[in-house]
Design a protein around this ligand. Structure first.
Ligand code: GTP
Ligand code: SPV
Ligand code: MN
Length: 589
């Protein structure tokens, strides 16, 4: 008798009509074979899927060039298909599940013809974690199969775990013919199903990541009393050797990976990485909030990554514990066969190709690497990996941070007065858009908890869920906001950022442990300027004052925009957050 899993795979194969079906075992040997297939057989746009890079300088590294129209998440083509539109909320594109399936069935009919269907069994979360989920994705491209092996715990044992059950997480993915007109990323939360056609790009194609671990998992969390968040998880060790665990939400390409593995600029402090993108939270028996990272890899932004900004990532990328490391849409130094991107330590070589493989020089005025070029690399290569990484129960969280990219107004760091005030700070957060999704870059938009593109249900209900989670905890984390991105009159960043951000984290953990006071302002508690440790950096008093200053007069426009955004949720929007809004609004002249 076929198992429900076997039956499901068979049904999808009847629709998509691959030439062959291959069940992946997740082994390294298999990954090596798939890389070979991607170099020699499979093609995108007539070109190989992988190119071997300089193995002396970049062990186990390969370059991948995507289809030129397929370089970032496509939020306008991403749908959350609850039967009831109200449940999806104004924050999601919506289609009725029946209609969505009809459309996708049409687009998927025969879409794998001439290709291999890879069956990928994987876990999100440590297999021994009570919070882990067993999943299976089908895909028709080696790039996705290998990427999933780097990002998730893939292997045959997952098939045994699923056994005769039908409630495993299902993902059907095909790159189709990469036609943006026929590209859809559709979610069916009640069926634990993601169906994605027409794109091979990370968040559109690695269905365990944003699609399941955020959009669908956030919906499960709402129903079951937990949270799935777009957050970093990290431990901060102080000079006495105590480790405080914190999490931080920031929109795409706004600094999570850099924060999660920062090399501390303050002597005696050390960062231990647990996750750089996704956190699943549960309330422990002790009434504290615990977080696990369901992933085991990084899908990180390449431009800007260097020994100066993120030395631990450079070391991770040169590691060889886990096979392989992928670079997607970076430039290439032809003479040395090394990847190259803007912001790397070394200048470009004489003989360069851009991310599409065309000859490139810096005089062209264009970037060699795509601004959203990325690397896919195992977290087990990281020198700063926390020893708690594989702890199935996760780590207890003392502070939750909401960040964003704001050139003006938002201070370097602010502490909330209470959990509810903190939820308000998260809900009202805005950020300037980045190249991580296809849209105009640099436009301010509201992005609550950095979850606007990832919350799989009505965000009004999501805010209520956050409030109720706070009420269930005996000992909830403190909530903060941060902003590394304030600029001066010349458009230059005022705060040095990166490893220097430890100076802000130090204040945050000192607040958690009641070691430092703060200054109350209408928007929250900010540091006294001398409580931000500044030895070794050149940030004069007046500059630090600028980025810690709060003048409620400046908040008028911001509050009008927040109000409009909150109102877009209608009656469902929680009263508690309107109260917080009014408290602040009353103080604005
Ligand atoms: P996703 O993977 O899209 O979720 O992005 P992320 O939030 O992990 O962002 P990441 O850490 O990759 O940073 C994105 C960009 O912001 C990179 O180009 C970084 O160099 C830049 N960046 C990160 N941290 C800082 C900082 O503290 N200051 C400044 N000025 N730039 C930063
Ligand atoms: C993001 O865009 O937030 C990412 C990359 O982390 S993706 O996997 O494409 O979502
Ligand atoms: Mn992300």
């Amino acid at each position: 008798m076929a198992t429900p899993l076997e039956k499901w795979v068979e049904q999808q194969a009847q629709l998509t009509k691959p030439d062959r079906i291959y069940w992946c075992d997740g082994s390294e040997e298999e990954a090596r074979r798939l890389m070979q297939v991607g170099m020699e057989q499979e093609k995108i746009n007539g070109k190989p899927i992988f190119y071997l890079l300089n193995q002396e300088k970049w062990p186990v590294a390969y370059l991948h060039r995507s289809h030129p129209t397929d370089v970032a998440r496509t939020e306008h083509l991403t749908y959350v298909c609850h039967p009831d539109k109200e449940i999806a909320g104004p924050n999601n594109n919506w289609m009725h599940p029946d209609e969505a399936k009809k459309l996708l069935t049409r687009l998927s009919d025969g879409c794998m013809r001439g290709r291999t269907m890879y069956v990928l069994p994987y876990m999100m979360g440590h297999p021994e974690s009570p919070f882990a989920k067993a999943c299976v994705q089908l895909t028709d491209v080696s790039y996705v199969a290998v990427s999933m092996r780097i990002m998730t715990r893939m292997g045959k044992t997952v098939i045994e775990k699923i056994g005769n059950r039908d409630d495993f997480v299902k993902g059907l993915h095909s790159v189709g013919d990469f036609d943006p007109e026929k590209r859809f990323i559709m979610h069916f939360p009640d069926e634990h199903l993601v169906w994605s056609v027409g794109s091979g790009y990370g968040g559109n194609a690695l269905l365990g990541k944003k699609c399941f671990s955020l959009r669908i998992a956030s919906w499960l969390g709402y129903q079951e009393g937990w949270l799935a968040e777009h957050m970093v998880i990290m431990g901060i060790e102080d000079p006495q050797g105590n480790i405080t665990y914190i999490t931080a939400a920031m929109p795409s390409a706004c600094g999570k990976t850099n924060l999660a593995m920062m090399e501390s600029a303050l002597p005696g402090y050390k960062i231990w990485t647990i996750g750089d993108d996704i956190a699943w939270f549960h309330i422990g028996d002790d009434g504290r909030l615990y977080a696990i990272n369901p992933e085991i890899g990084f899908f990180g932004v390449a431009p800007g990554t260097s020994m100066k900004t993120n030395p631990n990532m450079m070391r991770t990328l040169k590691g060889k514990n886990f096979y392989p490391t992928l670079f997607t849409n970076t430039g290439l130094n032809v003479d040395t066969n090394e990847p190259w991107w803007e912001g790397m330590d070394d200048p470009p070589g004489k003989n360069m190709l851009d991310w599409q493989g065309n000859p490139w020089t810096s005089e062209s005025g264009k970037n060699a690497a795509h601004p959203n070029s990325r690397f896919t690399v195992s977290i087990y290569n990281t020198p700063c990996l926390s020893k708690e990484f594989d702890n199935p129960d996760g780590v207890p969280i003392s502070a939750v941070i909401f960040g964003g990219r704001r050139t003006k107004l938002i201070p370097l760091v602010v502490e909330a007065f209470s959990w509810e005030h903190g939820v308000f700070m998260g809900a009202r957060s805005g950020s300037e858009t980045t190249a991580a999704a296809i849209h105009k870059v640099g436009v301010l938009r509201r992005d609550p908890m950095a979850m606007l593109p990832f919350c799989g249900y009505n965000m009004a209900d999501y805010f209520s869920h956050w409030i109720s989670m706070g009420r269930k905890m005996k000992n909830p984390p403190k909530i903060f906001t941060v902003n590394w991105f304030r600029t001066d009159e010349n458009g230059k960043f005022i705060w040095p950022g990166f490893g220097e951000n430890i100076r802000v984290l130090k204040w945050i953990i000192d607040r958690v442990h009641n070691k430092v006071s703060g200054r109350e302002t209408p928007i929250g508690i900010v540091p006294h300027i001398n409580d931000i440790e500044r030895t070794g950096i050149d940030v004069p008093d007046e500059k630090l004052k600028t980025i810690l200053d709060v003048d409620v007069k400046d908040w008028k426009e911001e509050l009008e925009d927040i109000k409009k955004f909150f109102e877009s949720f209608g009656k469902r929007f929680p009263e508690e957050l309107w109260k917080e809004y009014e408290k602040l609004n009353r103080q604005v002249p």
